[in-house]
Design a protein around this ligand. Sequence first.
Ligand code: UT7
Length: 325
Amino acid sequence: MNAKVIGVGKYLPERILTNFDLEKMVDTSDEWITKRTGIKERHIARDDEFATDMAIIAAKEAIADSGLNVEDIELILVSTVSAELVTPTVSCQVQKGLGAINAAAIDMNTACSGFVSAMIIAQQFIKAGAYRNILVVGSDTMSKYTDWKERTSCVLFGDGAGAAVVTACEDGDGILAFEMGANGEKGDVLSIPSLKFSDEDIERRGGEKKRTFWMDGSEVFKFAVRIMGDSMLRSLEKAGMTIDDLDLLIPHQANIRIVDGSIKRLNLAPDKVYTNIEKTGNISSACVPVALCEAIKSGRAKKGDTIGLVGFGGGLTWSSLVMKI
Ligand code: UT7
């Protein structure tokens, strides 16, 4: 048995912040942001809008799209780095918001690679015969961790949520192979402190104990280009496939130059890659499921296609999978 996607949904907050808006906030320009990142605009959650609110909207759409009833969902996996509460978790609040009374609920965090990791975990429960129908969500409000005075990172992020319902299918269909990994040794190149602040964390945040995002951009960049290509190839190899077998690749959308570098490494034609970074920015866990939802609903990804999903993120972590949809 494998896990197969049978429904998708997404939510992007109403408010749009353009590069021109950012020009009025920090010393930057539309030209710099477009050239260095490929981002033109991003959606920003309201002050009273959180990861749970966005996850519920995306999840409702995915369940409706799947044709299942909410009571059919047996497990809810939510990937997020921006849960508004430590407990109850986002997944438990989503269970309540949906009325998914038969579902267990688990939050998980492998940062931006989280949705792909959650899909891989869903596959394990289905393969083991423990559950048939699982809701997988990626939801993040990166804007709430953004230092809006720090031009290097504030131009990169946005908010949003994406969801997929997966169900048990025969071998040879659904998720065919995966690869994931971590390198904790390099974790320091990308961080958001919570309870503990090292002297370095404080220094990096202008001498303050701020719960804001910080990264060494060029280190993350180099890691991302290498790992997205390598991991995708390892998943394809496990599936007994080559890059030519992919109909569409949906990568984590952090920077268009990272995507371009990865597909060059993979020797993949640009028309086989789905990108939406221009309109969303980096929405962390939500990047891949939002792009997957758009690709399926627009007909870019069709029934029977072989799709690659690949992500990298804080930790450092990475995940990739190959699936038939
Ligand atoms: O989900 C994972 C999270 N993050 C990522 O994946 C991000 C990975 N890294 C990146 O995307 C890129 O490293 C950045 C977009 C963050 C930076 O791009 P870069 O080409 O590596 O630029 P840089 O950091 O080398 O900076 C080049 C110049 C610097 O000025 P000087 O020192 O050459 O005078 C920066 O101060 O650009 C300056 N700069 C800016 N200028 C205008 C940095 N940010 C900005 C900005 N607007 N927003």
